[in-house]
Design a protein around this ligand. Structure first.
Ligand SMILES: [Zn+2]
Length: 260
C-alpha cells in the first residue's frame, strides 16, 4: 500500500477493524431506516459519502491513448519485470485473497508485473547487484491499474491506509514497487520482522525493536534500492518508488491490455 499511519500514536485500528466498522455502520443505517430514524441515518450516510468521495484526476484509460503516449515517449512504457530480471519471484497478493482486504482485486492467476521503463531498469540493477551476494527479489505488487485504487478507496476510504484516488499513487504511475528479499538458493524470504501490508509501527523503517538480523535485512534492501534511485516509504519497509513521478501519468490499463 501507499499511505502512512496518522500522527496519533494511540490509533491502533487495523483495516480489518475498519471493514468490520463499515459493515457495522451499514447494518446500523439499515436498522435506523427500518425504525424510521431517517435523520440520523441521513447524517451518517452523508458523513461516509463526504469521506469517500473524491474528484477523479486525469487518468489514461484507453489502450490507444497509452500506445500513443509510449510512441511519443518510450520511457513511459510499462515493462514486464520478468523480461528484464532473472530469478524474480512473484507473489502477487492482490490476485489472491491473501491481502489486507481479504479479496482478490486483480484477475485471479495474474502472472505479470509491470513498471515504467526507468523503474524496471533500476530494479534490474538492484537485482543484479543482489544476485552477486546470493540474494534475489520477490515482488508483491508494482503497477496497479487506477480502478483498483478506486476499489481500495471504496472498501477502506481512509488515507491512513489507502491512497486517495484524487491524487492517485506511485503504483498507478508504474513507478512504485512492493517487494522483499529472498535467498536465491532456497527462494525463501529473508525475515523482515512483519509480512507485507502490515499496518503496525513494526513495519516502519524507524522501528528498531527487532532482531539485529531483521534490521540488517531491511537495511540491505533499503541500501540496494536507494543506490539505484528508489525512495523508501518510512511506514512500509516493502514499498519503494522513484521520485518525481508526476511525469508518468496515472494509468488504468488492465494487465492484459498492456503491450509487451
Ligand atoms: Zn506499495
Amino acid at each position: 500500500m501507499v499511505k502512512k499511519w496518522g500522527v496519533n500514536p494511540h490509533f491502533q485500528k487495523k483495516p480489518e477493524q475498519l471493514i468490520f466498522q463499515a459493515m457495522f455502520l451499514h447494518r446500523f443505517l439499515v436498522t435506523s431506516l427500518c425504525l424510521g430514524g431517517v435523520s440520523i441515518a441521513g447524517m451518517l450516510s452523508f458523513a461516509v459519502q463526504a469521506q469517500s468521495s473524491y474528484q477523479r484526476p486525469v487518468v489514461i484509460e484507453r489502450p490507444k491513448e497509452y500506445k500513443a503516449l509510449i510512441q511519443r515517449d518510450p520511457e513511459q512504457r510499462l515493462i514486464e519485470l520478468s523480461t528484464v530480471i532473472k530469478n524474480l519471484v512473484y507473489d502477487i497478493r492482490y490476485a489472491t485473497n491473501q491481502n489486507f482486504t481479504g479479496q482478490p482485486l486483480y484477475p485471479l492467476r495474474t502472472r505479470v508485473c509491470y513498471l515504467r521503463k526507468p523503474a524496471a531498469e533500476a530494479l534490474a540493477r538492484v537485482a543484479k547487484s543482489l544476485q552477486q551476494k546470493g540474494w534475489g527479489l520477490k515482488i508483491f505488487d508494482a503497477y496497479r491499474p487506477f480502478g483498483v485504487t478506486e476499489q481500495f478507496w471504496k472498501l477502506i476510504g481512509d488515507e491512513r491506509y489507502v491512497a486517495n484516488p484524487a491524487k492517485g499513487s506511485g503504483h498507478n504511475r508504474g513507478i512504485a514497487v512492493d517487494l522483499t528479499l529472498i535467498d536465491l538458493s532456497t527462494l525463501q524470504e529473508l525475515d523482515m520482522g512483519t509480512g507485507f501490508d502490515n499496518f503496525s509501527d513494526t513495519a516502519h523503517h524507524s522501528f528498531t525493536g527487532l532482531s539485529a538480523q531483521v534490521l540488517q535485512n531491511r537495511k540491505l534492501l533499503r541500501e540496494e534500492m536507494i543506490a539505484q534511485g528508489f525512495v523508501p516509504l518510512e511506514t512500509e519497509w516493502w514499498h519503494y518508488s522513484l521520485p518525481n513521478g508526476a511525469r508518468f501519468p496515472l494509468l488504468n490499463i488492465p494487465f492484459k491490455k498492456v503491450m509487451r
